[in-house]
Write a protein that binds this ligand. Structure first.
Ligand SMILES: Cc1cc2nc3c(=O)[nH]c(=O)nc-3n(C[C@H](O)[C@H](O)[C@H](O)COP(=O)(O)OP(=O)(O)OC[C@H]3O[C@@H](n4cnc5c(N)ncnc54)[C@H](O)[C@@H]3O)c2cc1C
Length: 428
């Protein structure tokens, strides 16, 4: 089988790239081993949240105009600020077609509440996490009820309330906490493993319990104007059931991102895969690309674990295999390597410099900035210095940025995924 493009890795960067290519008529396959970082993320897309010394970035596009000039190796510099903007709004439109509505505060960051009750700057959030009504409710100092399911161990409303109250924005807002119970469930302490966000999301996905749950939410919220709940209000039927719950309770109900597994991230993952399939893309799940044939500076074909000796050929390839977290980079005792093609990796030869002595260092751990070196066209080099002209590297696999310190992970994945697609389309 031969495709116009084969993408290795089906996370945020790989599928964004695949959607753009498939939309423009390219035959495209994504091969992906397993879950991506989306299943662990907040489900908000960060563009740039913090500059040096932890200073908050309020207007990321304005910031990036200067930043790119002084950081030519950063993945954003490979895209340019106008293409970053194009990529992000393209991404928002594509998700909108799959019924996922993303909120953005024009060109400015907004701040969503985290599980711990802190505020985090981000660029896109699902509208159940942040929207104009929520902003107005904060401004009007409306009373909030922070509610949880009895037995759910990954959110402690009382802790979130204490931390929120430390923030000047919430100091004069009354916040109460409360619990609701799954109607037929019995003792929620029966088995802690049955009570993760995904289990509760399945309860909200069926209509059977909605009225009962709505009555409980209403009672627990008292005279609060809106209820904040962990983001477990459904995966497949989320939008309809969220609206229904708001109607039945007469409350604004908004979601706080949870610890993994991330229902908000899964909604995006499902939507991206569905959009890719609707455009004719082929998604091969549960297989791993093991190697490839490189000849004359071009990647001819790849071999997968399940495919054995049968080669998968394409005109272009995209490597979107993520960082250490997803196996796109592997650390051995004395080196960091890219395991599929043995590409040249930016890292430090001296292991003791891979990490900082503190667990939460101010400038982040150096290994977070390691990755596959590319030229401006996102083409990598083999270990012996040969450029591979039809292989493009994108997303968390790239070096010279720190997604945690900067708050830029989602933005880099979307922008470089889109950029690679544009380069491939322009080359054909
Ligand atoms: C815990 C966590 C929380 C985060 N939270 C946020 C957040 O709130 N907001 C934000 O903007 N960003 C966040 N980020 C960063 C952001 O989510 C990631 O940078 C981004 O999703 C990376 O996407 P990716 O497609 O490049 O890689 P990944 O999501 O890592 O996907 C790589 C995929 O490639 C597959 N793969 C690997 N090797 C192979 C192979 N050889 N063959 C086939 N498939 C392969 C993997 O199975 C995986 O599915 C977070 C990251 C992490 C780890």
């Amino acid at each position: 089988m031969r495709y116009d493009c084969v993408i290795i890795g089906g996370g945020l960067s790989g599928i964004t790239c695949g959607i753009r290519l498939a939309e423009k008529g390219a035959s495209c396959a994504v091969i992906s081993t397993g879950m991506s970082a989306l299943h662990f993320s907040s489900g908000s897309i960060d563009l740039f949240g913090h500059e040096g010394e932890g200073k908050t970035v309020f207007r990321p596009f304005e910031f990036l105009d200067d930043f790119i000039g002084s950081n030519p190796l950063h993945p954003y510099a490979r895209c340019g600020s106008s293409q970053i903007r194009e990529a992000l709004f393209y991404f928002r439109d594509q998700l909108g077609r799959e019924d996922i509505d993303l909120y953005n505060n024009d060109d400015a960051n907004h701040f969503h509440v985290t599980t711990l009750g802190t505020l985090k700057p981000t660029f896109f959030s699902q509208r159940s996490v942040f929207n104009e009504k929520i902003r107005q409710a904060f401004e009007k100092k409306s009373k909030i009820a922070a509610l949880n399911f009895e037995g759910y161990r990954d959110f402690y409303p009382e802790l979130a309330v204490i931390n929120l109250k430390r923030n000047i924005l919430f100091r004069n807002i009354e916040i109460i906490s409360g619990k609701i119970l799954y109607p037929d469930y019995g003792d929620p302490r029966r088995n802690p493993f049955e009570y993760r966000s995904i289990d509760i999301a399945r309860i909200f996905d069926t209509e059977r319990y909605l009225e009962d749950l709505a009555a409980q939410i209403r009672a627990a919220a008292g005279d609060a104007a809106f209820a904040a709940m962990p983001a477990f209000l459904g995966i497949t039927n989320f939008k309809r059931h969220h609206q229904l719950l708001q109607q039945l309770t007469g409350l604004l109900i908004y979601e706080i991102p949870t610890l993994p597994p991330s229902i908000l991230g899964m909604r995006i993952d499902n939507a991206l895969k569905s959009r890719f399939a609707a455009l004719g893309g082929v998604y091969i799940a549960g297989d791993t690309v093991k190697s490839g044939t490189i000849s004359g500076g071009r990647l001819e074909s790849v071999y997968t674990e399940n495919g054995g000796a049968s080669a998968l050929g394409a005109g272009n390839f995209v490597l979107a295999s993520g960082s250490f977290f997803s196996g796109g980079l592997v650390s051995e005792f004395s080196r960091v390597r890219e395991p599929v093609f043995g590409l040249r990796v930016h890292s430090d030869a001296e292991r003791s410099r891979w990490y900082a002595p503190e667990f939460f260092p101010r400038d982040g751990h150096p290994f977070l900035e390691y990755g596959v070196e590319t030229d401006e066209r996102l083409n990598p080099l083999t270990d012996d210095g040969q450029r591979i002209a039809n292989l493009y590297c994108i997303g968390a696999l790239l070096p010279h940025y720190n997604p945690i310190r900067e708050g830029s992970g989602g933005g880099v994945a979307v922008s470089t995924g889109y950029r690679a697609a544009e380069l491939i389309l322009a080359g054909n």
